[in-house]
Ligand binder design. Structure first.
Ligand code: PRX
Length: 651
């Protein structure tokens, strides 16, 4: 089948419908009842009036100090939302809750990797944030100043973010797995006045020193006047006189009350750096008002968060998923979140399942890469635990292979939890294409653009195509939309807005099927071209993973004199499977059967791991370079640099 510009070779036809009882009680169904909307089709139709929809959601979910005068001002490619409103996201995340019964509700249940537990109520969180906000003020941090945060997954990380936001400072979190050089570059780009860090933290039973990395970064970061150091492990660290301050000493005598700064709704809340096609990371800007409405709305609808849920987004706060869906949106909704410091398989492969059983987690949000890791370890691990508290599952970060989807559905969700496959980006701030809990699901499809959002597939000529593949675009602004790239408006315009006039280019290729379901195929530069047919790398990977002996696969294209590109696959086998030449043949034929002869890999190599970023994305660029014998360039963002050598050895 040739669909527009993309050749589709894998067709997934299974459909999974939620039970009627489940649907009845969902937030979205109740909202539909209130608005006298009878069907899902009617909901999508009615919310095509996106201005109306976002206005409704803003009324429900946020409180302004001064109401807005105008909902949106769209002067492509620049947008403002809730113009004229006075606002601060911290009011919705904390201040409003402490005036209600929620003050005693748990905001976070934190479990450190060594096993200690901290339960933090909304009131306690509010007080800690206030103390730190007062301390920041005392250090001279003001509205509009930038603050770098280089911290691991401990509650002090969200506390630091919220304290900055409270006083109108802009935070820029750098993932704790990044190297000193990555920290230095980001801190210098945003000219941070202060940074937060800690002595060290726990990961896989070891202590990972962080302050040493921060010290290295600060050797060449002239804007930074102070480093605030949180004591996580008690490891000895060097403290530089005049610059470094212990967190606990700084907040000791601070008041537990601090007035929240009344900002303009369009004031920046944070910068978060993300990679583009060039080496220099982009500082993506998000603003208070729109981001609050967009994140809170989509979390409430997609994960159906209710007062008695125990919600666990198992991402790291160093990425957008953690910013939006561990920190801001759950707090605005007044939810109780689990937060875990360490590795998923420490001390055993069932650490996550133990956590779910212990805290009766009802919503779990994770990534396909984690699901494939669990698949590799085997279903005996989740089987040891009572996971019956779960009622909804989620996936993010990359296309989820139908086989991983099914494994997740059966072994974690006990065949009764819908899987919310949420497509979105650092730039979008919140979910864009995602099922609602009431949506019939097709494994591997993120289903439809959410109410209030509009996505489309454009061919190379900029024409919208249906039941076809092409460039994924967003056709009107949305509340959580990025406000630009810090100090680089030109790059903002070129990256997202230069291809199609006034249309946001997501940089992904995707297709819709005959029912209008969206299927994300991967980044635009991760598409193979074999004999003039474009095939998504991730589709071949999915086909390989659908074989019962395969745990994970990475697929790249290599230049080929006849076909344009040939397909090379690096395959990680499941536990105890023998890597034989016979199996290579079987897998090649398996892909042939799943997708057609065209997609059969020309070469297959067995490896024990494939290079991935810390957020779990397979680094095909790195694999391609190694496979071609080229320099791999900067691999500081890799979670497992040792996997690169495996590619060299294998090839
Ligand atoms: O390629 C898409 C993929 O991740 C990219 C965004 O990456 P990042 O900004 O790091 O944010 C990740 C967390 C939101 C997208 O352009 N992606 C994200 N979610 C999905 C996905 N691909 C397929 N399916 C998804 N659900």
């Amino acid at each position: 089948m040739t669909n527009g510009d993309i050749t589709v070779l894998m067709d997934e036809t299974r459909v999974f419908k939620p039970s009627g009882d489940f649907v009845k009680n969902t937030n979205v169904q109740q909202w539909m009842n209130k608005h006298n909307i009878k069907t899902l089709a009617e909901l999508y139709e009615k919310t095509k009036n996106w201005e109306w929809y976002w206005e409704e959601m803003a009324k429900e979910l946020v409180e302004w100090y001064k109401p807005y005068e105008k909902l949106v001002e769209w002067s492509p490619p620049w947008v403002k939302w809730f113009l004229g409103a006075q606002y601060n996201i911290v009011h919705d995340a904390l201040d409003k809750h402490v005036k209600t019964w929620k003050k005693d509700k748990l905001a976070f249940i934190f479990e450190g990797e060594p096993g200690e537990v901290r339960k933090i109520t909304y009131m306690e969180l509010y007080q800690e944030v206030n103390k730190l906000a007062n301390a920041l003020k005392k250090l001279g941090v003001k509205r509009g100043d930038r603050v770098g945060i280089y911290m691991p997954m401990v509650p002090e990380l969200p506390i630091a973010m919220l304290a900055c936001a409270k006083i109108g400072a802009i935070h820029s979190v750098v993932f704790s797995g990044f190297s000193a050089y990555a920290v230095r570059d980001r801190v210098n780009d945003c000219e941070a006045k202060v940074i937060f860090t800690c002595d060290s933290f726990y990961r896989r039973g070891k202590k990972v020193p962080l302050k040493i990395q921060a010290d290295e970064a600060l050797k060449n970061a002239p804007s930074v006047k102070h480093a605030i150091v949180y004591q996580r492990t008690g490891d000895p660290v060097d403290m530089q006189e005049g610059r470094d301050i212990w967190w606990h000493e700084l907040v000791k005598d601070m008041s537990e009350e601090c007035e929240t700064e009344r900002l303009d709704a369009n004031d920046p809340l944070f910068f978060l750096y993300t990679s583009g096609t060039t080496g220099k990371p982009k500082g993506i800007i998000h603003a208070h008002g729109g981001y609050a409405v967009g994140t809170a709305t989509t979390l409430k609808w997609v994960f159906d968060v209710k007062d008695d849920d125990i919600y666990w987004c198992a991402a790291d706060i160093g990425w957008i998923t953690g910013h939006s869906f561990i920190v801001y949106a759950p707090l605005i909704l007044g939810a109780t979140s689990v937060m875990y410091e360490g590795a998923p398989d420490f001390p055993g492969p069932d650490r996550w399942w133990e956590i779910i059983e212990k805290y009766k987690v009802s919503i779990l949000y994770t990534s396909p890469t984690s699901v494939r890791l669990f698949m590799k370890q085997g279903e005996e691990w989740p089987k040891k635990h009572d996971l019956s508290s779960l009622r909804l599952l989620g996936s993010v970060g990359e296309p989820i292979n139908p086989e991983a989807w099914i494994w997740y559905y059966k072994n974690i969700g006990n065949e009764c939890c819908q899987i919310m496959d949420t497509w979105w980006q650092t730039e979008t701030g919140h979910f864009v294409i995602s099922p609602l809990p009431v949506t019939p699901l097709k494994p591997g499809s993120a289903t439809f653009p959410l109410p209030g959002m509009n996505a489309a597939i454009f061919n190379e000529q900029g024409v919208a195509v249906h039941n076809a593949g092409g460039n994924l675009v967003l056709t009107h602004p949305w509340p959580g939309m990025l406000r630009g790239i810090y100090k680089n408006p030109q790059r903002y315009e070129e990256t997202y807005w230069s291809r199609f006039k006034d249309i946001y280019l997501a940089g992904d290729v995707a297709r819709t099927d005959s029912d209008g379901y969206f299927w994300i195929q991967g980044r635009a530069d991760d598409v193979l071209n074999v004999s003039g047919h474009r095939i998504g790398n991730s589709e071949v990977e999915s086909a390989l993973v659908s074989h019962h002996k395969v745990a994970e696969a990475a697929v790249i294209g290599k230049p080929h004199s006849l076909k344009g590109e040939s397909i090379t696959a690096y395959v990680v086998l499941k536990k105890d499977v023998e890597p034989t030449d016979e199996l290579k043949k079987i897998l090649r034929e398996h892909v042939g059967v799943e997708m057609g002869k065209l997609a059969r890999p020309d070469e297959i190599y067995f490896v024990s791991d494939v290079p991935k970023t810390r957020s779990g994305k397979i680094m095909r660029r790195v694999i391609r370079a190694r496979a071609m014998g080229r320099e791999v360039g900067d691999i500081s963002t890799l979670a497992n640099p040792e996997a690169v050598d495996q590619i060299t050895k294998a090839t």
